[in-house]
Ligand binder design. Structure first.
Ligand SMILES: NC(=O)c1ccc[n+]([C@@H]2O[C@H](COP(=O)([O-])OP(=O)(O)OC[C@H]3O[C@@H](n4cnc5c(N)ncnc54)[C@H](OP(=O)(O)O)[C@@H]3O)[C@@H](O)[C@H]2O)c1
Length: 351
């Protein structure tokens, strides 16, 4: 492990130098890696592993034709590398459980039935194991239970792999039945194309991940943007102006500078007027939302958030509900204005 100083706190991480692809290939040379589910993470992780030379098969219910067809279009061959879920679990030695978290609970009796002694059961989220009282997912004692959780959308896991970069992942071992759980886990982490891997626990992952996506990464981002856009509109600004000042400037300019070299670098590349005001208002925004974050973290920790997911996303028609709410965002004035602004970007103009 490499010791890296993260802002004064030294942590151990696994880089590609310590665990090169060759080593991962050696560790997994006798394994058949079964990827269950072909939604978002499934395609990304399986295609990266296949391209990296690992033996991978897919388990997907043919009943949902769209996902099955997508797998076929990606080159998985029915009866050779694409099977229904039961058969795929039976054939695998490492079973990557990459269906939706709510569906993991429902499908567990089927998966459990086909796990064999010495298999590894793999997750990309701590959800199902940590909240076992809600999910009922308690793996048999004779299988390894491992996790690699990419810190990004599956779409980016694949895109970054193809462009030669990578998405960082956390990893953890919840159960080591074979004595090989950690090396299997790290090898898969490298195989799926992680940038670097940092250790966590299943608990640490699920608490931070659910907080992050409900907070800054998605929920807070959407909410804060809406609040500012509405404020500008209420005060007479046009949709175009409000959207540019709220979203477009962020995505086309400022957040790229943050990604490149940090928050202070982004500030330093803005006017003194902007810096002065932002430095003052930063404290007010932080203090205003801090109680909300405490509230959110508690709601994650005490299982409220996972219970909502299991209930709402476990319904047959959960996609209809999600779609309806996403459409509400898409069809709002703000995001319709956004579509118009995007169409005016030089690279999109005239398309
Ligand atoms: N999305 C991400 O970028 C991301 C990032 C990090 C970690 N993760 C974790 O990775 C795991 C997979 O997430 P995901 O977002 O890739 O999955 P997802 O898109 O939410 O799930 C889609 C997959 O689940 C299957 N599925 C849904 N309901 C099912 C049911 N009742 N029975 C059997 N299969 C069912 C779908 O197949 P059918 O509909 O055809 O049945 C499809 O293959 C989760 O643990 C998630 O938390 C995801």
């Amino acid at each position: 492990m490499a010791e890296i100083d993260f802002g004064g706190v030294v942590e151990n991480v696994v880089t590609r130098d310590e665990f090169p692809l060759e080593k991962a290939r050696e560790v997994l040379k006798d394994e058949v890696i079964t990827v269950i589910g072909y939604g978002v993470q499934g395609p990304a992780q399986s295609l990266n592993m296949r391209d990296n030379g690992f033996e991978v098969i897919i388990g997907q219910t043919p009943k949902h034709k769209a996902y099955w067809d997508k797998a076929v279009a990606d080159g998985w061959v029915p009866g050779e590398t694409l099977f229904d879920i039961e058969e795929a679990v039976e054939k695998g030695t490492i079973v990557q459980y990459l269906i939706s978290d709510a569906a993991q609970t429902k499908l567990w009796p089927v998966v459990k039935k086909h796990l064999k002694a010495g298999d590894a059961l793999y997750f990309s989220h701590g959800f199902s194991i940590v909240y076992k009282d809600q999910t009922g997912i308690i793996p048999p004692d004779d299988v390894d239970v491992i996790m690699v959780a990419p810190k990004g959308s599956g779409t980016s896991v694949r895109r970054n792999f193809l462009d030669g970069s990578g998405i960082n992942s956390s990893y953890a071992v919840a159960q080591d039945a074979t004595g090989r759980a950690e090396e299997r886990c790290l090898a898969i982490g490298i195989a799926v194309g992680s940038g670097y891997l940092f250790p966590t626990t299943f608990e640490g992952e699920v608490h931070s991940d659910l907080t992050g996506e409900r907070g800054v990464l998605m929920g807070a981002l959407a909410g804060v943007m809406e609040a500012q856009y509405n404020c500008l509109r209420k005060n007479g600004h046009s949709p175009s102006e409000a959207f540019n000042e709220t979203v477009e400037e962020l995505t086309q300019s400022l957040i790229r500078l943050v990604a490149e070299n940090g928050m202070d670098w982004m500030f330093a590349n803005c006017s003194a007027t902007a810096q002065r005001g932002a430095l003052d208002w930063r404290h007010k925004f932080r203090d205003a939302v801090a109680p909300l974050f405490d509230n959110l973290y508690e709601s994650v920790k005490n299982g409220t958030e996972t219970a909502i997911v299991i209930e709402r996303c476990g319904k047959e028609d959960y996609m209809d509900d999600l779609r309806a709410e996403l459409d509400e965002i898409k069809n709002s004035e703000m995001w319709r204005a956004g579509a118009a602004v995007r169409s005016l970007r030089p690279e999109n103009w005239g398309k």
